[in-house]
Write a new protein. Structure first.
Length: 477
């Protein structure tokens, strides 16, 4: 099903011009008259005039999207793209998938209330039942769920409050390269320093630990020695009474770091981290906002290692692409008082209907296995490109969450063979991809990692075309 959005007729009031974030005027001008410029240029010009300076994606992906269906989007100039961003991984089934559309239309036809705070409904009950059916039985059998505000960051905030309340401790352990959101507490847990510099007084007592990033090993070891050194460092740190770290309220991690550069944690490392935290009674929070619901080749990324978290944070795909986030956790942590975490939009019934339909479809169609097969196919293409181009330093990922790290081929490699990241070349490759009809995002150190997050319904032919465009872009850039 394709929805066509009519271009609005815009009549601006006659008054003093308003200054936009980029210094543009919102008053009628030769730049913003609809007859003078059209399509993408018109809407991007308008956006620059009234939207916040914090906007990000339009700066690197300068398009205005008119339509979307499946894995494709079409801009207002009529150009068609393969969407390898997919709402930062939220659109598991792509745009306007029939099962999601049908679920939402049925809910509307049945007169389901759109928002219910935390009052229960049959739709909510069905969503919880469907979600718990996708979780390991050992976890689901002792689980409680907290519905949070629409964003994953709000569920991260809830998880922090939960473990601090349950343990009566204050310090939190996070990891280099982590991304957990842009709200105050979540930003405090995030590794990237850029967004933090202008925001003083972030959550205190956050201690960052080395993540097993073998390509750029924090211990300058590489290979299996990277995760082994990380485990040894963390265990000794926690047992050192002079480490300066008070007993933690919790540890939070991503089984595959997303914004940090698509870095999968080795299964052995995750098992050791689970052992360490369990032995020391430190609640383990696993952030699966981006990895959850089949993305990595399993329903949840922690399942690859055969571990169970104490707290699981979900958003993006869990709402079928509509705004929804939840924290699911072990019942022993359920010690907070009524009203300890709230939010007006935690009762999004349309998102719950869409989410239940998505979870059911992913499970019944074994899209997690499909993601694993398609991911292997894409990584095989990318590794061939890597062998042929010294500018692709590393290819890694899990399922349909894949990264290709772009490096400066002119620079000398370090003792582990890694060359410096090259932001400028990565941006040129991103632009060349866009010019050829492929939308992908950058992440990782210095924004040098090309990230592939296509919907899980992508086909083998689609994968081959994605790789073909990327290869052309690398050569052109």
């Amino acid at each position: 099903m394709t929805h066509i959005v009519a271009e609005p007729k815009i009549d601006l009031p006659s008054q003093e011009p308003l200054a936009g974030a980029d210094g543009l005027s919102l008053a009628p001008s030769n730049r913003t008259k609809r007859d003078d410029i059209s399509g993408n240029a018109y809407y991007l010009d308008r956006q620059a005039g009234f939207e916040s300076n914090a906007r990000t994606y339009p700066r690197k992906l300068p398009i205005a999207i008119r339509r979307a269906e499946g894995i494709h989007v079409e801009d207002t100039d009529g150009r068609r793209y393969i969407d390898c961003l997919a709402g930062a991984g939220a659109l598991t089934l792509g745009h306007y998938h029939p099962v999601v559309v049908e679920a939402v239309q049925r809910a509307v036809a049945d007169g389901v209330p759109w928002q219910t705070l935390d009052l229960t409904t049959p739709v909510k009950d069905a969503f919880v039942e469907e979600l718990f059916s996708t979780l390991p039985n050992e976890f689901a059998g002792h689980a409680r769920i907290q519905f949070c505000g629409p964003s994953g960051a709000d569920a991260i905030e809830a998880a922090l409050k939960l473990v601090k309340t349950a343990t009566r401790r204050s310090s939190v352990l996070a990891f280099h390269g982590a991304y957990h959101g842009m709200t105050h507490g979540a930003l405090g847990l995030t590794g990237e320093t850029g967004p933090k510099l202008a925001v003083r007084g972030l959550m205190p007592e956050v201690h960052f630990l080395p993540y097993p990033y073998a390509y750029r090993c924090p211990f300058n070891l590489g290979g299996e020695a990277t995760w082994r050194a990380s485990v040894a460092y963390i265990e000794r740190l926690l047992d050192d009474t002079n480490s300066g770290i008070a007993p933690p309220a919790g540890m939070i991690l991503e089984a595959v770091q997303g914004e940090g550069g698509v870095i999968p944690a080795p299964d052995e490392w995750l098992r050791e981290i689970r052992r360490i935290t369990r032995e020391r009674e430190i609640p383990l929070i696993v952030d699966e906002v981006q990895t959850g619901v089949g993305r990595t080749g399993a329903m949840y990324a922690f399942e690859h290692a055969g571990i169970l978290p104490d707290v699981l944070v979900l958003s993006k795909a869990v709402g079928g692409g509509l705004p929804l986030s939840v924290a699911v956790y072990h019942e022993s942590l359920d010690r907070w008082e009524p009203g300890a975490h709230a939010g007006t939009f935690r009762g999004n019934q349309l998102a719950m209907a869409a989410g239940a339909a998505t979870l059911r479809f992913v499970k019944e169609q074994t899209l997690d296995r499909h993601a694993d097969a398609m991911g292997e196919r894409l990584m095989a293409h990318l590794r061939r490109i890597q062998r042929e181009s010294p500018h692709v330093g590393d290819v890694r990922g899990r399922g349909l969450m894949i990264g290709a790290e772009i490096v400066d081929a002119r620079a000398e490699p370090d003792r582990l063979g890694a060359r410096p990241p090259c932001r400028e070349l990565a941006r040129r490759i991103q632009k060349e991809c866009l010019d050829r009809g492929l939308i992908l995002e950058l992440g990782g150190r210095q924004g040098s990692v090309a990230r592939f997050l296509p919907p899980l319904i992508v086909t083998a032919d689609d994968i081959d075309r994605i790789a073909e465009i990327f290869e052309e872009a690398v050569r052109a850039a």
